[in-house]
Design a protein around this ligand. Structure first.
Ligand code: ADP
Ligand code: MG
Length: 341
């Protein structure tokens, strides 16, 4: 049996999914109480975190990237560490190192700041490539090797990285292969209206501080956050038509005339995971095409390489991927989830 997707907007949500939606709303409310921005952006950030995915915030200076990463990190109850990336940062400064203890004549492993639940990697493109790649390897493998010994990082493990656009002096652009490790690339953007601009100013007067992020803490406990992650991972139905839709989007990036190198299967997986998390954020136990569509450009555009002449023209990857998303037919029918036994 098939049903039209627009008939599905009153789904059978179990209590679990209603409670999950309430908790997600509470997190987004708390973050939105500090960071002035639209809920669509905040939902995407939360979706990546729920899917245990890493986020790259890329935008011009002063647009609230660091602030947003900090408040999200604080709100999900898991504890976070911030590392400011600088040109002299070494791999060991992030991963950890082995030190010789003179007094008892033994080696001791000192784990680096990467052993955390949420790592805020601020201005990631200011560190040299060797340090970036140490971080990005650990992000993918979720483990760290120090002097030949391997240590798991634990879960959740979410890297929220920020970077300013690459034309700036003294920066090392992340290679495409490493960008692929981020589930989503998001930009905070300029405030959307005069009201939003004024809101930022008036909040500053109320807070009396340039760093209001500390006013947000633990909207949910770490255990609850893990439960929400489990729900995303194991309880969301994904219809075969959704998988086909994701497959078509990813393949279209490989066939597009303006794109030299298209997105990898990892890009499709990132899109699937983010879409499942968005379903949970909306209190649904199944993915609808719009969950996929709304996050497709954020999940795929940093994984494509445009043809040189297209770059010279000034076209950016996100607008090409958006073209693909806009021209790919959206499935209008889903096979309904089988009733639970
Ligand atoms: N959308 C926003 N909402 C609230 N404050 C903001 C916003 N954008 C910028 N700010 C404020 O502007 C300043 C710069 O923000 P920051 O996060 O450091 O920018 P970035 O990391 O993008 O350079 C901070 O004081 C921050 O609180
Ligand atoms: Mg910053």
């Amino acid at each position: 049996m098939t049903v039209r997707t627009d008939d599905l907007n009153l789904p059978r949500t179990s209590g679990d999914f209603e409670a999950a939606q309430r908790d997600c709303d509470a997190i987004i409310d708390a973050v939105g109480g500090v960071f002035v921005g639209n809920r669509i952006l905040l939902r995407k950030v939360l979706a990546a975190a729920l899917a245990n995915g890493h986020v790259l915030f890329e935008d011009l200076p002063g647009l609230g990237k660091t602030l947003l990463a900090k408040v999200i990190a604080r709100s999900i109850g898991c504890g976070f560490t911030r590392v400011q990336f600088t040109p002299d940062l070494l791999p060991a400064d992030i991963l950890g190192t082995k030190i010789w203890r003179q007094n008892d004549g033994t080696f001791e492993i000192v784990k680096g700041p990467i052993f955390t639940r949420v790592l805020l990697a601020d201005e990631i493109n200011r560190a040299p490539p060797k340090t970036q790649s140490a971080l990005l390897e650990a992000m993918e493998e979720r483990q760290v090797t120090i002097e030949g010994e391997t240590y798991p990082i634990g879960s959740p493990f979410i890297v929220l990285a920020t970077q300013n656009p690459i034309e700036q002096e003294g920066t090392y652009p992340l290679p495409e292969a490493q960008l692929d490790r981020f589930m989503l690339r998001l930009s905070t953007g300029y405030p959307g209206s005069l009201e939003a601009e004024q809101e930022i100013l008036s909040r500053r007067i109320t807070w009396r501080s340039d760093d209001p992020s500390s006013s947000v803490s633990d909207v949910v406990e770490a255990d609850r956050f893990r439960q929400l992650q489990d729900l995303v991972e194991s309880a969301v139905y994904v219809d075969p038509t959704i998988l086909e839709y994701i497959g078509r989007l990813v393949r279209s990036t490989r066939e597009h005339a303006k794109i030299e190198v298209g997105a990898s299967p990892r890009g499709g997986l990132a899109l699937l995971k983010a879409a499942r998390a968005l379903a949970v954020i909306h209190g649904r136990d199944f993915v609808v095409p719009d969950d996929v569509k709304s996050v497709a450009t954020d999940a795929l555009s940093h994984r494509v390489i445009l043809r040189t002449e297209i770059v010279i023209e000034g076209t950016v990857d996100s607008s090409v991927v958006q073209e693909i998303v806009d021209s790919t037919p959206v499935p209008t029918e889903l096979k309904r989830k089988p009733a639970p036994a």
